[in-house]
Design a protein around this ligand. Structure first.
Ligand SMILES: [Zn+2]
Ligand SMILES: [Zn+2]
Length: 350
């Protein structure tokens, strides 16, 4: 046993867990809580020394970011991924892209390549040490560039030593780079980003007039608009119910053909910018909160591909015209979205 032997640990430690962590090292160790707090704040390192053995352990506090390296096709290709939370696609996002055959480049196995079996009969892919060393050094280079803020915008790199059939990777010995952002349907990347909604004052007034004219029954229609790059919902157009709608004291069913033709017109007039974005209806009472039926119907819409949105918005007006606004993301709980009423609907065309 050599008393100078050191250990390195990479840990993920947050401020709130420091007290717990320190408790493990109260007796017999050098463990300075202030130093640990400082290291967590600055994402640097601290050490703990065992007085009896003289063992020193260095703890490197992990930043909230990760790099991942996968050797593919027996080391003849490699995929390197960077994950900065909130900026880059996470592993779940990548899985969604992969399933939807969108953005993510799948690297097929090389059918000519042998698969060996180990003593437990598990498949092993042989790879040359030179290939693996090269891949590791490319990944290290990217990591160092990232730490020194010299990395470009890419977060996804594929290295290949051969052209791979069925992929865009046709040039050997080249690093293919891509930026892949969070997937719109990823529940992990979007869990706390709640969308705000804006509506021009005259569109809200249009709905309120509909309600004033029909105070004892439900009425409604569809909402069209767009999503800004900052993930805000902007409503530009509001339809009426249509002649063949079903309207009663406890039920509203829009005239689907009418609403579709309304949306088609809006789409054409805006040169393809304004699309279906959600639904509105009224309640012939003071209660503008979504009912169980409302929640179910919006949840269904969020999953249906024909509607082109996975987070439809719903506006419900009370019988006095007081609006509530909710957003219904597919697979997640709905939430109330702050509704900004814009004084002038410059963008509105209808
Ligand atoms: Zn994600
Ligand atoms: Zn309702």
């Amino acid at each position: 046993m050599t008393p100078t032997r050191d250990f390195d640990f990479i840990i993920h430690l947050e401020q709130k867990n420091i007290d717990n962590f320190v408790q493990y090292f109260q007796d017999g160790y050098y463990c300075d809580k202030d130093a640990i707090q400082d290291a967590v704040k600055r994402r640097s390192m601290f050490n703990i020394i065992d007085h009896a053995s003289g063992f020193k352990a260095d703890f490197v506090v992990l930043k909230d970011e990760a790099f991942r390296l996968e050797a593919l096709r027996g080391g003849k290709a490699a995929r390197i991924i960077r994950i900065l939370p909130g900026k880059d696609a996470c592993l779940y996002c990548l899985q969604l892209y992969r399933e939807q055959k969108n953005t993510f480049i799948d690297i097929p196995d090389d059918p000519a390549f042998p698969t060996l079996r180990n003593e437990c009969n598990n498949p092993i892919r042989p790879a040359s040490a030179a290939d693996l060393k090269l891949i590791a050094s490319i990944a290290s280079r990217l990591l160092i560039d990232h730490i020194q803020n010299k990395a470009g915008n890419a977060n996804h790199w594929i290295w290949t030593t051969e052209a791979i059939t069925g992929t865009p990777l046709q040039t050997p010995f080249q690093l293919h780079e891509q930026y892949i952002g969070p997937h719109p349907q990823c529940p992990y990347c979007h869990h706390d980003k709640q969308m705000h909604t804006t509506i021009p004052v005259e569109k809200l007034a249009f709905m309120q007039q509909e309600v004033a004219a029909n105070p004892t029954i439900e009425t409604g229609g569809v909402l069209a608009g767009y999503i800004t790059p900052d993930n805000e919902i902007v409503i530009t157009n509001v339809s009426g119910p249509g002649q063949n709608s079903v309207r009663s004291a406890n039920k509203f069913e829009k005239d689907i053909a009418y609403c579709q033709s309304f949306l088609n017109d809006v789409y054409k007039e805006s040169s393809g910018k304004y699309v279906y974005i959600g639904e509105w209806h009224s309640h012939p009472s003071k209660d503008n909160r979504p009912s169980g039926t409302d929640l179910k119907s919006l949840s269904d819409i969020s999953w249906q591909k024909e509607y082109l949105t996975n987070h439809p918005v719903m506006i419900i007006l009370s019988n006095t015209g007081d609006p509530s606004c909710t957003v219904h993301p597919a697979g997640k709980r709905y939430y109330f979205s702050p509704l900004n009423v814009a004084s002038s609907g410059k963008e509105a065309t209808n």
